[in-house]
Design a protein around this ligand. Structure first.
Ligand SMILES: [Zn+2]
Ligand SMILES: [Zn+2]
Length: 348
């Protein structure tokens, strides 16, 4: 079968021929129906010297996957051939207390996980291929009726990551509060919809690209603000001078983190969701009083179940641009150039 693989660190991925995987005991082979191209893959490909990440190359990219069960190994009971499934992306040990809660993204026993701090597409073969080997049936979530794999795939990361961050701050998203989403790309345009679908807060979207702001309005943002030196002032103006109750920074660059914390209202949350890796100095006076500055990484399996339900009911819609597997490398080039509308999804 064909697979888009990272052959070596700091190189572009290559489409190569690899054997179709076969399932061992407890394992499941998924025929890929959609694999999302994530901005974090660009960091994985380009930013790390050999030895920095705890993973070995080569491996197939693609950590946002959904499809249909192709075959199952001995002992698999919860899914059967033909079932439409989403793949829960972070693969932990399945046994520690975090994994038992469904937070395999925060597995405390990574030495016993299939790969250290990763999953399919992150250290192990992922879904930018015709088939994906999933090491345990618990990592699959059956799709609710009405949701197809190509639509569900980006939800497993671009949806789940903001959903977890939003859920964490739900108590601060009241009818009188304002949520700011910074960066209206793959994650951000879903984040806007998730705030609207699950809370009564107003939403302000911030981006430096006009088409991204248009998309934000289209998916329900109440206001849009251009990301520049005036953005914090504009957010203050739109919130009666108070600042925003919750800010989700889907970029994570120095300028966006600075915006998130300075435009916050006292007692607010500023959550760094994007992994651009920016940093700002922290002190008692560097943000309004009692603002919680926090990071989140991905989300839990139970949250993925909830999110798929929201999507099946039509409460969240993923804007996507579709690429064939033959053009998967182009999806990453477009992502790098910032020209993808919504999420790039590879459909083999
Ligand atoms: Zn990702
Ligand atoms: Zn674990």
């Amino acid at each position: 079968m064909k697979a888009l693989r990272l052959i070596d660190w700091k190189t572009d991925p290559e489409l190569v021929e690899v054997p179709k995987p076969t399932p061992g005991p407890g394992q499941v082979i998924v025929k890929i129906g959609g694999a999302g191209a994530c901005h974090s893959d660009l960091h994985v490909m380009h930013d790390f010297e050999p030895g920095v990440m705890p993973w070995k190359v080569p491996f197939t990219l693609g950590h946002e996957n959904a499809g249909w069960v192709d075959s199952v190994g001995d002992g698999v009971r919860s899914v059967a051939e033909g079932d439409a499934v989403a793949v829960y992306g972070p693969w932990g040990c399945g046994k520690c207390s975090r994994c038992q809660q469904g937070f395999e993204n925060y597995c405390e026993n990574p030495a016993e996980a299939p790969v250290v701090s990763g999953g399919g597409g992150l250290g192990l073969d992922g879904g930018m291929a015709e088939y994906l080997l999933v090491p345990a049936e618990r990592l699959l979530v059956r799709l609710p009726d009405g949701l197809d794999p190509a639509t569900a795939a980006p939800l497993t990361d671009a949806g789940l990551t903001p959903y977890h961050a939003i859920r964490r701050s739900w108590s601060k998203m009241t009818p009188t509060s304002t949520v700011v989403v910074i960066g209206v790309g793959g994650l951000g345009h879903i984040a806007v919809q998730l705030v609207k679908a699950t809370t009564s807060a107003r939403v302000i979207a911030v981006d430096n690209r006009q088409d991204a702001l248009q998309l934000a309005t289209q998916v329900g943002a109440d206001h849009v603000v251009t990301s520049d030196d005036e953005a914090a002032g504009a957010i203050k103006d739109l919130t009666g001078g108070h600042g925003a109750d919750v800010l989700l920074d889907c970029v994570g660059a120095e300028a966006t983190i600075e915006l998130a914390r300075t435009a916050a209202r006292p007692l607010g949350d500023a959550t760094i969701v994007g992994i651009a890796g920016g940093s700002v100095p922290l002190s008692f006076f560097s943000q309004p009083f009692e603002v919680s500055i926090q990071t989140t990484y991905w989300g839990s399996r139970p949250e993925l179940v909830e999110l798929l339900e929201l999507a099946a009911r039509g409460l969240v819609h993923v804007e996507s641009s579709t690429y064939s597997l033959d053009h998967a490398a182009q999806a990453y080039r477009d992502l790098h150039d910032g020209t993808v509308h919504g999420r790039a999804v590879v459909v083999p």
